[in-house]
Design a protein around this ligand. Structure first.
Ligand SMILES: *[C@@H]1O[C@H](CO)[C@@H](O)[C@H](O)[C@H]1NC(C)=O
Ligand SMILES: *[C@@H]1O[C@H](CO)[C@@H](O)[C@H](O)[C@H]1NC(C)=O
Ligand SMILES: *[C@@H]1O[C@H](CO)[C@@H](O)[C@H](O)[C@H]1NC(C)=O
Length: 516
């Protein structure tokens, strides 16, 4: 059965090879640069900004204004915003500043109860912010607003964060490219002719361009980590079920949906991931995940996989991405004294079968075609010529889903066996360093010819936490990076390694600016 998938992926590789020059040719002369930013407030981590606000060194108004200004500068170029609430956010910021003038609590006490007090934040549209758009790219939902806050959004508000906007995502958040027919394409700040990735592409583009400090995304098959990779920032896909997905739209009715879909943070500074995780997890999970406990890196076992070999279905990882895996390992060995493990998970050679198919064992993957009583073949053809109420993007995702459902056998046993193997190898002190995807961002619409997801889906199918770490740029000047996987509930290991590798590679670097 797997032969069909292998042939299709091989066909995709051939088509990709042929069409890449055409995409490049079509994109020539279309590139726009972002205006430069001079406000140094935009270069302070959320952890430091929160402290400065509490100590009265900076006002929340001043920070929110700086971010709003930057969003207004870059959004006409990036198209990442679905709906903003700037006026309300400034009002909230003012309340914070007033509160700080009168409160009897000291900075330490405030940091416990309101760790994000006055810090601006952006949210992927699918995560439900009360009163804001929850259309998620579907034409039939234009104007639909969230009636309540999602559980994570409510936690963020309680922690004092100030929401600036909801950001763009593909139709139903079901694609690796951020496009929908309501808001349109979101562009990559490092090269606007390229995609911001998906599905948390609006967040990715805003953070990459310094127009957001911290963001919230969701990930069912790479949707936090791919935009983090393409836009040069950090993104953490938590262990499933440690952060509530209540209020996310769409949502499946199968209880196992929560084993795949997670909500997680995107940040520009590695240390902010830990702060965000603490806010987003309940008290119980804060304790269980030991988020406050320091990781002893010298006790860490580091596995690494440069490239998954063994199947023609899997495209090759770019040489630069392979090199940063080696550099990461070397750095951790030299500077932190970790143990490097000589086991490279040959089992991964079947991930395109064993992992992706697992996702499609879900009984109910939200399906807009069914809801709207439409016919798939007809909408598929109509979407190709822009006449469907659905985007071709969504139709393509349903195509991939359909192929897997009908042409790939049951791999649940193998999936379980792989999960057990990984858990026993990693234990409570092991991580795997793996390319996040096969390369840097591609041109808009090139996704249809690329298997960019096999490396991403591993963490979803096996229920592992995974952090994307930006590690510099490739020859085209686009961000590249690695993901750090750990056993379930060992999120802190991923976050600790991310902080080390930020020191090694320099972390987030602003995109090229227009020359004045
Ligand atoms: C689709 O069909 C079902 C059952 O016939 C009906 O309840 C529902 O309202 C229909 N949906 C739309 C969007 O027409
Ligand atoms: C939506 O689709 C129509 C028809 O193809 C097109 O004219 C319009 O520009 C699209 N809008 C967006 C925001 O992509
Ligand atoms: C796949 O196989 C597993 C056990 O091997 C079984 O529990 C599960 O129901 C099967 N799934 C499907 C969709 O047939």
């Amino acid at each position: 059965m797997g032969a069909i998938i292998t042939i299709l992926f091989l066909l995709m590789r051939i088509l990709d090879f042929i069409t890449t020059p055409l995409f490049k040719y079509r994109a020539r002369n279309n590139r726009h640069h972002l205006p430069p930013f001079t406000n140094d407030v935009l270069r302070i981590s959320a952890t430091h900004i929160a402290r400065k606000i509490r100590n009265g060194e900076l006002s929340s108004i001043q920070i929110c204004e700086a971010y709003i200004q930057r969003i207004k500068e870059v959004n006409p170029i990036l198209n990442a915003v679905v709906e903003e609430r700037f006026k309300e956010a400034l009002h909230d910021a003012n309340l914070v500043d007033e509160y700080l003038k009168t409160t009897s609590l000291n900075s330490r006490e405030l940091s416990k109860i309101k760790p994000l007090l006055g810090v601006p934040i952006t949210i992927k549209e699918s995560c439900s912010v009360k009163g804001m758009s929850l259309c998620v790219g579907l034409k039939s939902r234009v104007g639909y607003k969230a009636s309540v806050d999602g559980e994570v959004v409510a936690r963020l508000k309680t922690s004092g964060a100030i929401i600036l906007l909801v950001s763009n995502t593909p139709e139903m958040s079901y694609s690796w490219e951020t496009f929908n027919n309501v808001t349109g394409y979101t562009n990559n700040p490092y090269d606007t002719t390229c995609t911001a990735g998906g599905s948390s592409g609006g967040e990715g583009a805003l953070l990459g361009s310094a127009a957001s400090l911290v963001g919230i995304g969701s990930d069912i098959a790479g949707s936090i980590r791919l935009p983090a990779l393409f836009n040069g920032i950090f993104g953490h896909k938590p262990t499933p079920r440690v952060i509530s997905i209540k209020g996310h739209w769409p949502q499946g009715i199968d209880d196992r949906y929560q084993d795949f879909l997670v909500i997680g943070p995107l940040t520009r500074y590695a240390s902010d991931l830990n702060l965000m995780m603490k806010v987003m997890c309940s008290d119980k999970w804060n304790l269980e995940l030991k988020l406050n406990k320091e990781v002893q890196l010298s006790k860490l076992k580091v596995f690494y996989v440069e490239d998954i070999r063994g199947s023609v279905a899997l495209p090759k990882v770019s040489p630069e991405m392979r090199e940063i895996v080696r550099c990461s390992v070397k750095y951790l060995w030299k500077n932190c004294g970790v143990s490097i493990m000589d086991y490279h998970f040959p089992e991964f050679s079947n991930v395109h079968l064993v992992c992706i198919s697992e996702l499609f064992t879900l009984k109910d993957i939200p399906n807009a075609i069914k809801w709207e009583n439409a016919s798939y073949p007809i909408e598929l053809i109509k979407s190709l010529i822009g006449k469907s109420k659905f985007s071709f993007n969504l139709m393509y995702s349903y195509f991939v889903q359909g192929i897997y459902k009908y042409a790939v056998g049951n791999h649940t046993q193998e999936n379980l066996a792989l999960k057990e193997k990984i858990i026993s190898q990693l234990g409570t002190n092991g991580v795997i360093i793996l390319p996040t995807s096969i390369g840097s961002a591609h041109k808009h619409n090139q996704m249809y010819f690329k298997n960019i997801y096999s490396y991403l889906v591993i963490a979803n199918a096996l229920g592992l936490p995974s952090t994307h770490v930006p590690c510099g740029f490739d020859r085209s000047g686009l961000p590249i990076g690695v993901q750090i996987l750990a056993a379930p509930y060992q999120d802190r290991l991923c976050l600790a390694v991310a902080q080390e590798l930020e020191r090694c590679f320099g972390g987030w670097v602003p995109p090229p600016e227009e020359t004045v």
